[in-house]
Ligand binder design. Structure first.
Ligand SMILES: Cc1ncc(C[n+]2csc(CCOP(=O)(O)OP(=O)(O)O)c2C)c(N)n1
Ligand SMILES: [Mg+2]
Length: 573
């Protein structure tokens, strides 16, 4: 009798067992769009259902949180799957983005009932296999701990990436005593010491190396090590868009992400020392990064190859020789590898930072030229307002040491990537191997959840705002105290013809103008503080009021009536 009772007590429904495992892993909320197999279990077990208003945002907020947490805390989401897999299929793009950007996050969805397995026309496993690090179908309740163990192992080891778990509804119960779960710490590897030695020798032997840092530095929690290494060897540092803010952009060795300084150094360098980045193809094929000029690539004609060498430090051997010919590689976690590189470099420099004054001077000269190029636009009093003026006023208003700024797809990305100087890790959230409009708001929400005490601002254009509006309601309901800045220039500026050329898509460049549609009024009607700004001198005061509203625990919105100022700042060679 007693044992029967005890058994009942230890048995747990599969979905509740899964949620209890989430609790063991320190998960405090699940972003969701209902109805999903774990919504009620989350409610019953005391994990918050952070309900967004679209499935895409349920997924993207979890993505944004994992990014800003460097994967140390994992974003978890749930969307509707099963026979009527509306959530999973509508959210598909958000998972593709997480996969392309290598975000470790967990998506839970309803699996097809085992009773009808094989009868559906579309198939979740097939659809998601190519856009997840792993997708698992739980076919028995007692396998929940095993599947969750695999999910957290894959998210916390090697190249990060999203994992999808399909859990059928009403799968039954399992005995938690018999099928236990221990939190997974994840595993990281060091570089081969001989590879480390070769990498340092090669770096120290050349005259014009450039360190090329990617988001792997964040995931390895290696921003300090990156700075130490760069200072020791006195080599300039550029970052990818996703790596922006991994290296302080006011540092004398910083080249930034895009613009004249980076281009100059990339062109003239004799060695690229890549760390924590995958070196995938760049702007030539539509990506948001530079093509590295002068290297060995099958698509670059021989006369354009300058003999530039590439050393790549990555935790994923699949990156090596993927697109560029790699001369030498170190495979390992960026923190471990940077630690090894520092130790090795110390041997060669007698633990003293090298002295390379001429390099520092060259960087400063190039940076000053960039500053001068943008100064006029950044201080412009013109009407409609110059978007660069908004960037500058944002930089001057926000506490750059205690904030996160992110962008949308379109000119706000290009403008901010160029002129916004970030000072602390995740002071800027750059994103987009593929760059779906609307992710800026999700990134900002994820950032606020990861850093509740930081100011968080998302800068969007006219295209991004229409993807965002549907998910403003949760900002109000959940008091997600972020500011959205809308650069309203009544169209898709780079698409339209103008002084910059014919525009890339002139037939699809104009939307209802700001004289007809008033976004500030729309957002105000949704219960948020919202302002429209048409005069340059009002930008800073409006931003201040928005940030004050955020400090009081509420979201805010600032619509700025701007002119066109498109910029494409990537080397295309
Ligand atoms: C989901 C999605 N569809 C299409 C695109 C292509 N796209 C990139 S930017 C853009 C227009 C940007 O215009 P806007 O936001 O007004 O910025 P502006 O250049 O005017 O400042 C479009 C349509 C995209 N990035 N994501
Ligand atoms: Mg626009």
């Amino acid at each position: 009798m007693y044992s029967v009772l005890l058994n009942r007590f230890l048995n747990v429904k599969a979905e509740n067992g899964l949620v209890r495992i989430l609790k063991k892993e320190g998960i405090e909320w699940v972003s969701t769009y209902p109805s999903t197999v774990i919504n009620n279990a989350c409610g019953e077990e005391g994990i918050k259902n952070l309900m967004m208003r679209t499935d895409r945002y349920a997924i993207a907020v979890a993505d944004g949180f994992s990014r800003c947490s460097d994967g140390r805390r994992i974003g978890v989401c749930s969307v509707q799957g099963g026979m009527n897999a509306v959530g999973a299929y509508l959210g598909y793009g958000a998972l593709v983005q997480a996969f392309e950007d290598s975000t470790p996050m967990l998506c839970v969805t309803d699996g097809i009932s085992p009773a009808i397995a094989g009868t559906t026309r579309s198939d979740l496993t097939q659809m998601f296999s190519s856009v997840t690090k792993w997708t698992g179908y739980v076919n028995k309740p007692e396998r929940v701990p095993e599947f969750m163990g695999r999910a957290f192992t894959y998210m916390r080891s090697g190249r990060p990436g999203p994992v999808l778990i399909q859990l059928p509804q009403k799968l039954g119960e399992f005995d938690e005593e018999q099928f236990q779960y221990e939190p997974i710490k994840g595993w990281r590897q060091e570089g081969d010491p001989r590879d480390v030695e070769m990498a340092v020798r090669a770096l120290l032997a050349v005259r014009k190396p450039v360190i090329y840092a990617g988001q792997g530095v964040f995931y390895a929690d290696a921003c300090s090590e990156l700075a130490l290494f760069a200072e020791l060897v006195q080599v300039p540092v550029m970052t990818t868009l996703k790596g922006k803010s991994a290296f302080p952009e006011d540092h004398p060795l910083s080249l930034g992400v895009t613009g004249g300084t980076v281009e100059k150094f990339l062109q003239s360098s004799d060695l690229i020392f890549a760390i924590g980045c995958s070196l995938s193809p760049g702007r030539r094929y539509g990506g948001f990064k530079h093509q590295i000029p002068g290297t060995m690539r099958s698509d670059l004609s021989p006369e354009l190859r300058s003999g530039k060498k590439i050393i790549q430090c990555t935790n994923d051997p699949m990156d090596i020789n993927r697109y560029y010919h790699i001369d030498h590689a170190v495979v390992g976690d960026a923190k471990h590898v940077l630690g090894q590189l520092i130790a090795e470099a110390n041997k060669h420099t007698s633990s003293q930072a090298r002295v390379r004054k001429e390099v520092l001077m060259k960087i400063e000269t190039a940076r000053e030229a960039d500053r001068q190029k943008y100064l006029q636009m950044m201080t412009s009093d013109e009407k409609p307002i110059n978007p660069y003026r908004v960037c500058r006023d944002l930089m001057d208003t926000i506490d750059r040491r205690n904030s996160c700024v992110t962008h949308e797809s379109g000119s706000p990305r290009e403008q901010l990537a160029m002129v916004y100087k970030s000072l602390v890790p995740h002071g800027f959230i750059g994103w987009g191997t593929i760059s779906p409009l609307g992710f800026g708001l999700a990134a900002a929400i994820g950032a606020k959840l990861a850093f509740p005490n930081r100011q968080v601002v998302n800068v969007t254009g006219d295209a991004g705002i229409s993807f965002e509006l549907g998910d403003f309601e949760p900002l109000v309901r959940e008091k997600i105290a972020i500011t959205t800045v809308h650069i309203n220039n009544s169209g898709f500026s780079g698409y339209a013809p103008g002084p910059w050329g014919p525009g890339v898509s002139p037939y699809t460049a104009r939307v209802s103008p700001s004289t007809v549609q008033n976004y500030a009024k729309m957002v105000e009607a949704m219960g948020m503080q919202a302002e429209r700004v048409e005069v340059p001198d009002e930008v800073s005061p409006a931003l201040k009021r928005a940030l004050q509203k955020n400090s009081a625990g509420h979201p805010a919105f600032v619509e700025v009536i701007c002119g066109d100022q498109p910029l494409r700042g990537w080397l295309v060679q």
